[in-house]
Design a protein around this ligand. Structure first.
Ligand code: HEC
Ligand code: HEC
Ligand code: HEC
Ligand code: HEC
Length: 392
């Protein structure tokens, strides 16, 4: 049979109709207009394709709630058991409690989700059991302040509030545990950095060792796919796909993403994992570990959480610093904006081979958590079923 251009077109149209109607694979091929955003030079194919239907769905989920009316200035209140929110006015304190109830516990009046309402200062229920929600929330306050004050390289121009992750619910999206399926996340968001491409053929000791392996490559690509999905973007949002390794040819977003991964390691190892003894068993994973976060926990499908709404600028309780400059974007190690058009260089590599931002990544557990019996991170037992990172 002779295949004409015409029959090819009809065939293509037919398969579009068939695939488009196939409910199980709505993302494979969807008829209708697409929007294309360019991230690189013209002609290099560095573009992201968006489907307007998908945008409409994620947009509805990513609207920031209106801020509560501002609180008047005043001296800090007199409390019996306040350990983090010590430097805000009494009115701001109450405002923050109301906001937290709406952001995490479903409604502004839901104080009882975290409190024994007969005694707001208490960390236990009337029956004397640990109020895990309040203890967790206190750690979340420390974590949120840490993100907003020490990780400006990643969250710089936008910042985070409880709502960024929680969206009105106690359980955010994308929480994960140690399991065989989540080895990939454990490697990158809890412990190691990525290292697929080797720059040497010789087997070298230590940091320079060639750690390339099929398994390692699989892990990297899986992580890359979860990152892309978390942000709702293509690979070319960060890379020029002709040279995945090259930092010079990547977009500035790749550096921001890397700071995001080191931030997540800190959050998971030093704030979320150490809450393990506080949670009830029903909240823990099959290996007894605490729930952890990943990129999608903040990003929820868009390139900047809540499309970059600067919610946190309305809530001084979450800055943990004298002022918060909501206009600054991510900065490089020398304090210059990352997006100044200069070619990228790979961020500093530590002797262990781990690439880290300047912010320290192993904070010591705050005294109060130690007193509470929370195991410091350095003393956390390794999960025995997790095999050592494969070396070639
Ligand atoms: C998501 C959890 C959460 C919700 C919901 C919440 N709180 Fe709190 N509350 C806390 C935490 C955590 C502290 C301790 C903060 C610290 O240590 O800096 C606290 C402390 C307090 C204190 C100080 C008590 C003392 O003397 O030590 C008061 C008063 C208070 N909250 C009132 C409220 C009210 C009123 C509501 C409802 C509008 C509310 N809280 C909702 C977590 C919560
Ligand atoms: C980076 C994302 C992130 C931010 C920001 C964040 N949280 Fe969380 N939060 C989590 C994760 C992950 C969990 C674990 C979920 C679970 O309990 O299974 C969690 C759990 C909690 C829980 C326990 C929920 C439960 O019932 O198990 C409370 C309460 C809480 N957070 C309060 C807060 C408050 C208050 C803030 C703001 C000061 C905040 N969180 C900010 C990620 C976040
Ligand atoms: C949000 C930005 C971002 C997106 C999207 C992204 N990557 Fe990456 N990619 C990175 C960063 C950052 C690194 C370096 C991580 C490190 O060294 O710790 C990296 C590393 C890699 C590496 C390893 C390069 C080396 O030198 O070892 C490969 C391969 C890769 N990405 C492929 C992909 C593919 C395929 C996709 C699409 C499925 C993708 N990436 C999407 C940011 C991104
Ligand atoms: C604690 C919340 C949080 C987590 C977790 C997080 N991000 Fe982000 N990310 C943000 C915020 C907030 C911004 C906006 C920063 C700004 O406006 O400059 C952002 C911005 C970015 C950008 C720049 C987007 C742009 O168009 O300028 C990239 C890329 C990115 N994140 C990648 C990642 C990756 C990859 C991960 C997981 C490894 C991750 N993020 C984890 C909060 C988070």
């Amino acid at each position: 049979m002779m295949i004409t251009g015409h029959s090819v077109r009809i065939g293509a149209l037919l398969s579009l109709v068939i695939l488009g109607g196939c409910k199980n694979y709505p993302d494979v091929i969807k008829p209708g207009p697409k929007q294309v955003a360019q991230h690189g030079f013209r002609g290099v194919g560095m573009e992201t394709n968006y489907d307007p239907d998908d945008i409409a769905k994620t947009a509805a989920y990513n609207q920031a709630p209106k801020p509560l009316p501002p609180a008047p200035p005043g001296p800090p209140g007199q409390y019996r058991n306040v350990q983090v929110l010590t430097n805000i006015s009494a009115a701001e304190f109450g405002r923050t409690m109301t906001a937290m109830s709406a952001w995490v516990a479903g409604g502004p009046g839901n104080c009882a989700y975290c409190h024994n309402t007969a005694n707001f200062a208490s960390d236990s229920t009337a029956k004397g059991e640990l109020l895990y929600t309040k203890l967790t929330a206190r750690m979340m306050l420390r974590m949120t302040r840490r993100i907003n004050s020490d990780y400006t390289r990643h969250v710089g121009g936008t910042g985070v509030t409880c709502y960024t992750c929680h969206r009105g619910q106690p359980l955010p999206n994308g929480i994960w545990f140690y399991s065989d399926q989540n080895q990939i996340l454990r490697h990158y968001l809890d412990r190691d950095d990525i290292r697929v491409q080797s720059h040497s053929v010789e087997p070298l000791p230590g940091a320079a060792a060639n750690r390339t392996s099929i398994r390692q490559t699989y892990n990297t690509y899986a992580l890359m796919a979860t990152q892309s999905k978390a942000l709702g973007v293509n690979c070319t949002y960060c890379h020029n796909s002709r040279a995945w390794t090259s930092w010079e040819e990547s977009t500035p977003k790749r550096v921001v993403a890397m700071y995001g991964a080191s931030m997540l390691r800190d959050l998971n190892m030093n704030y979320l994992n150490p809450l393990q003894p506080v949670y009830p068993r029903s909240r823990l994973g099959e290996h007894g570990d605490a729930p952890k976060a990943q990129c999608i926990t903040c990003h929820n499908g868009v390139y900047k959480p809540l499309y970059g709404a600067k919610m946190v600028s309305d809530y001084p309780a979450l800055w943990g610093a004298a002022g918060w400059d909501a206009t600054a974007g991510p900065l490089d190690a020398t304090g210059k904006p990352l997006f100044d058009g200069a070619p990228l260089t790979e961020p500093g590599v530590t002797p262990s081979g781990a690439k880290m931002s300047a912010a320290p990544t192993t904070a010591t557990a705050p005294a109060v958590e130690v007193a509470m019996g929370v195991t410091p991170v350095s003393a956390m037992p390794a999960v025995t079923t997790v095999p050592a990172r494969p070396t070639p």
